[in-house]
Design a protein around this ligand. Structure first.
Ligand code: HEM
Length: 417
């Protein structure tokens, strides 16, 4: 096992289990002789009340994948796929190899079950979070492939078109999603690669996205990182410590419909291209007015420090609001959206450059909310966002993320029972 190999590298596998937000446990393995990124030996339990990878302290790296289920798969086959994925995810998140004997197998005549590039690496805080897209319930042609149509959450449908959307089909939609987050990119990529391999013939990759430099903090213990505009991102996020806010804004409640989604959430993914070259020619003061916060400290333009609440009523000497009426934080804030909040968990991306020599860069926005309506409300409010001049939404997807499971169950089991 990878953990066995860890011993050879001087890293002890034993560790205390400490409480983690969301009901998932985290085993901290001693880091031994490993240093730098390799020292990230956190291992989050795959089982728990909620799926890990939502309130888990945001890791530094992402590999996100949307899959389409094969037309030849039936309901039994889908359950088998989810069971195989569950078994693999439970092992991978503990820093273990994918086992022989699964769908891929392994013998003298078959390739190894695990592809091997994570051998010797610790778990690196890997979380694997699964979601179900609207087309899993009823496909594009209206066909109920898996007998799930009656169980589709009414709110789970493709997001409406928003002003300025320039969506590309190749970064949009998906029957299933897998969000793999880790502090080592090799570990995140290994997870998606092996889950894709296990799915061979049953589900295939529709699109995927690598991300780096988390653009959110999901725990008050984390420092606030910066996005590619150079601004602190995640300051006013819903954090793991805010139990009441999580219950109100993030987790689907026992009393919500449908019951099978209790303990889950809705995941929105938006691939947002940033027009970096234009942004880099904007004066600092103007950049700050577009966002509504200072670039260095991340304080609201109404004054104070990063943690000071913005005062949207505050006016300057000329009587103009200190936080402009079209500033991003004003329009995204709960006060502009009927009290709505969300848990953001996005990542920066740079996918090389385009034919004009501009960086193909941006924010891979991910948010978790109790209802898709929360995202729709805020995104509609952002139609007036001054930042839009420097942004282009090119990809979009929505998924219902089922609650967590106990050992012996498969992910999403409540949907099928
Ligand atoms: C806040 C940047 C897209 C929702 C912020 C902040 C920055 C920022 C710098 C202030 C720090 C913080 O509280 O995190 C960006 C950039 C975007 C983007 C560069 C696009 C590339 C979006 C989208 C949404 C969104 C698409 C949702 C539809 C929010 C929310 C806040 C926020 C809810 C917190 C506002 C508050 O309560 O003060 N964003 N954002 N952002 N953003 Fe964005």
């Amino acid at each position: 096992s990878r953990r066995g190999l860890l011993g050879l590298f001087g890293a002890g596998a034993a560790g205390a289990v400490v409480g983690a937000a969301g009901g998932a446990g985290v085993a901290m393995a001693a880091t031994g002789a490993l240093g730098g990124a390799e020292a990230s030996a956190a291992a989050y339990d795959f089982h728990g009340v909620h799926q890990a990878g939502i309130t888990t302290p945001a890791q530094d790296r992402l590999h996100f994948a949307a899959f389409d289920v094969s037309d030849t798969l039936d309901r039994t086959g889908l359950v088998e796929l989810l069971t195989d994925w569950t078994d693999a995810a439970a092992r991978l998140t503990q820093g273990l190899e994918v086992e022989d004997g699964g769908a891929v197998g392994g013998s003298d005549v078959a390739p190894p079950a695990d592809t091997g590039e994570a051998l010797g690496l610790p778990a690196a805080g890997l979380t694997i979070t699964f979601g179900f897209g609207p087309t899993l319930f009823t496909d594009a042609a209206g066909v109920d492939r898996f007998g799930l149509a009656a169980r589709r959450p009414p709110a789970l449908e493709a997001l409406p078109r928003f002003q300025g959307d320039a969506l590309k089909p190749e970064w949009t939609g998906g029957d299933l999603c897998v969000q793999a987050c880790a502090d080592d990119p090799q570990v995140a990529v290994h997870a998606i690669r092996n889950l894709s391999r296990i799915a061979f013939g049953r589900a295939s990759l529709r699109w995927s996205q690598l991300g780096f430099g988390r653009t959110s903090s999901t725990s008050t213990a984390q420092s606030t990182p910066r996005n590619l505009f150079g601004f602190k991102d995640g300051t006013a996020n819903v954090k793991a410590e805010e139990r009441e806010a999580l219950a109100e804004h993030v987790w689907v409640d026992d009393g919500d419909e449908p019951a099978w989604l209790a303990g889950g959430s809705y995941l929105v993914a938006r691939k947002i291209r940033m027009v970096i070259e234009s942004w880099d020619r904007v004066q600092l003061g103007e950049q700050e007015r577009l966002v509504g916060r200072t670039k260095g400290e991340g304080a609201p333009l109404s004054g104070g420090t990063e943690s000071t609440a913005p005062d949207f009523e505050a006016e300057g000497a000329t009587g103009a609001p200190l936080i402009p009426t079209d500033a991003h934080v004003r329009l995204a804030h709960a006060s502009a959206n009927g009290g709505v909040r969300m848990l953001r968990r996005g990542y920066n991306f740079v996918d090389g450059n385009d034919e004009l020599g501009r960086l193909d860069a941006g924010l891979f926005f991910l948010s978790f909310q109790r209802s898709p309506e929360q995202f729709v409300t805020v995104q509609r409010s952002l139609a007036a966002d001054a930042l839009n001049e420097y942004l282009k939404h090119v990809g979009s997807a929505i998924f219902a993320v089922p609650g967590g499971i106990r050992p012996g169950e498969h992910v999403g089991q409540a949907l099928f029972t």
